[in-house]
Design a protein around this ligand. Sequence first.
Ligand code: GLN
Length: 533
Amino acid sequence: MQTKFIFVTGGVMSGLGKGVTTSSIAKLLQLADQKVSCIKIDPYLNYDAGTMNPVAHGEVFVTDDGGECDMDIGNYERFLNQNIPKTHNITTAQVYSSVIEAERKGEYLGACVQIIPHVTDEIKNRIRGIAEDEKLDFLIVECGGTVGDIESLPFLEALRQMRVEEGPENVLFVHVTLAPSLDVVGEQKTKPTQHSAQELRRIGIQPDFLAVRCTLPLEEKTKKKIALFTNVTVNDVLSCHDVKSIFQVPQILYDQGILDSIFKKFGIVGMVNASANWDKWNKIAESMINHEDQKVRIAMVGKYVTLPDSYVSVNHALKHAGAKLGKSVKIDWIDSETITDYEIFSKYDGILVPGGFGTRGSEGIIKTANYAREKNIPYLGICFGFQLAAIAFGRNVLNLEDANSTEIKEDAKNPVVDLLPEQKELSDMGGTLRLGANEVFIKQNTIAHKIYKTDTISKRHRHRYEINQKYISEFERNGMIFPADSDNGKRMEMLEIPSHKFYLGVQFHPEFNSRPGFPEEAFEAFVKAASEK
Ligand code: GLN
C-alpha cells in the first residue's frame, strides 16, 4: 500500500492543541494495527529549537539521534510509544539551507530559484522521503503556526500540491480550530472557525475534517452550522472538548467516528480489529486520571517556571510514575531566583531540579539541593540539577571554597563542574552540545543499579559541562557516590547519597524516555520514595 498522508493545520490562534490532535489521530491508526509516524513542521527561521528560550517556546525535546526538537515530537513519542528521528521536525531554515546549498552547487541548471517550485519541492521531498524510508502506512504531518501566517505559506502550498500529486484518495486535511463560549453556559460561537476555514480555502485547501476545540462538547446545532459554512460533512466536524487527561482524546475522536471516516475516505475496506490493542491502551489512559485521594506533592525548582511547558516532559514523566504507583502527583513550580525562605520546602514530599542553563537562579538551586540533603527530603536532580547538587555538596560538606561550575563562574577556585574538554574550541552555539543517546554504565551494588536493574542503559543528553574528575575521590570518601559513567569512565553520569532517603542526580535527561504506562525508572523510584512517609 502506498503511504496515506494526513495533514493537520491550525486555525484561529496558536495553543489549541494541534500536537495532541495529531498524536491522537496517529494513535487511533496505530491501535488499528497501522504503521504510523508523525512529522512536525515549524515554519520559524531557527534551524532547530535548540537555541530558543523554553519560556517563550516550550521545552526543547531531545531525540535519540540528538535532535533538539519542538516539544510536539515529545507528544508523538509519548502517544505512540515509539522513538521519532530528528528528520521528523522540519523547519524553514533546514529547507532553505538545502535549497541554497543545491543552488551553490549548480544543481538547478541555470534556473531562477524560487519558492514555487524549488522550496516546495524540497518540502515535499522531505515528507515523501520519510514515508518511503520508513515504509509507513500513514504519515501525519502537523504544520505549525496558524493559517494566514506569512511564514507557513510555503509549507501549506507544498501540502496543497501533494494532494493533487498523490491524488485525493491518498491525502486528507484536518483543520484544528476553536469554538469559544463567552461564559460557561454561553452559546458556542462558530465565526472564528468559519473564517479560518475560509482562509484555508483561499489558499486552495478544503479541509476534510474540522477538529474544534471547545470547553464543553460541541452541540449538534453548532456542528451543523459549522458544517454548512465550511463545506465539511457534519459527521466530520469533531468536538475536541476539554478532558482531564490528553490521553482521553483518542477515545473521544474515535467515539465520533473519525477512524471509520478516515478509512472510508481513503477507500480502505475491512477495518482491522484491534480490540486487544484497545484494552492495553485504555488501561494506560485510565491510569492517568484517577488517584485524586493519593497525592504526592513535588516542588519543581528552576528559573523557567513561568511556563509549565518549559519542562513538559518532566511533568509528564512525574505523572507517568504517579499513575503506575496509584498516586496523583501535584507539581508546584518554584522560581529559584525568588526563594527567600527554604522552609517552604518542608511541606513537599520531594524536590525536583530539572535542566537549565546560565547563572540566573543558580544560587537558589544550590541552596535548595543543600536543603533537600540536610532535611532528608527526596531529591531528583536532572542535568543542571545534578551538577548543582554536586556543587552544593562540595560547598557544604567538603567546605570547598568557591565551589562552582565554570558555566556560572568562569574563574571559580574550585571548578567542581567544568566544560567538556571537546567543547573548549567550539564557537557556535547551535547544535553543539553533547546531544542524544549515549550508553551509561552503572556499577553494581549501588542505588542506581537497584533502580535500573541493569549494567547498561541508553539515555539522552544535552549538556556542555560535566563533573570535574579531580574531585571525585574526595566526594566519594565523604558520602556522595558517582555510581555511573560513560565514554570509558571519562564522564560521570549519576550521583547518589546512600545514607539519604533518596538523593539522586543524573547528567542525562530521563524525562525524554518516559512513556505513559512505562514510566522512566529514576522517576518511578523518586515518586515512590516521595510517597513513602
Ligand atoms: N547548563 C548545563 C550544561 O550545559 C546543564 C544543561 C542542562 O541542564 N540541560 O552542562
